[in-house]
Ligand binder design. Sequence first.
Ligand SMILES: C[S@@+](CC[C@H](N)C(=O)[O-])C[C@H]1O[C@@H](n2cnc3c(N)ncnc32)[C@H](O)[C@@H]1O
Length: 204
Amino acid sequence: MEHYFTNNENLKSEIKKLSYSYDNYVFSFLSDNGVFSKERLDYGSRFLLETYLRKKKSDPTSFLDVGCGYGFLGISISKILGVHGTLIDVNKRAVHLTKRNIDANEVDCEAKLSNVYDDVVDKYDLIITNPPIRAGKSVLLDILGNAKDHLTKNGECWFVMRKDHGVKSMIKTLENSYICEVIDKSKGFYVVMLKNKENSLTNM
Ligand SMILES: C[S@@+](CC[C@H](N)C(=O)[O-])C[C@H]1O[C@@H](n2cnc3c(N)ncnc32)[C@H](O)[C@@H]1O
C-alpha cells in the first residue's frame, strides 16, 4: 500500500493550489498526489499552527519543521514571526513542493530531505511537527523522543496528535524525558509542548 511518505517517482503529478490566511498574511501552497493532505490544509496542522502563534511562550530565533509535507507549518511560522526555518521530510516530492512554496511565499527558509534527524546537524529553539502517525510508533518515538537532542537549552518541541491516535500514552512515554504540557484541545486533537526535563531542572 502506498503511503504519503513513500517515494513513488512514477505517481502522476496533479498540482493543486491551496490558500491560507492568518491576520493580514496570505499564503498559497502547491500540493500534489503522493503528499499528505493534498486536497486541503489539514485541520490538525492548522490547529497546531494557530495554537502555537496564540500561546507561544517565547520567540524562537530558529526552528525546525519535521515532516514538513508541502511546507504549511514552517512557511507560515517563518513569514508570520520573521524567523529562519529549516523544513525536512523523507518524501522527495514533499521537499520539492516545499522548495517551490518557499519561493512563492518569499520566506527565509530552507527545505531538505532527511529521514527523521539523519541529516540535521544544528540545534533549534523550536521543533514543530504534525508527526506521521501512519509511519508507525518507532518513527513517532524517533521524532518526538529524540527532539531533545536537536533543541537549544530552553528549546521547545510542539506537536499535534489525536486522542484516538494514542496521544495520552505517547505523553506518558515522553514524560520520562520531558516536561509535557497539553496546551489546548479541539475536536479530539491535542497540542502538546515538550521541554527537556534535564535542562528545566538545571534552570530551577
Ligand atoms: C502528518 S504529515 C504532516 C505534513 C505537514 N507538516 C503538514 O502539516 O501538512 C507528516 C509528514 O511526515 C513525513 N514523514 C514520514 N516519515 C518520515 C520520516 N521518517 N522522516 C521525516 N519525515 C517523515 C511525511 O512524508 C509527511 O509529510
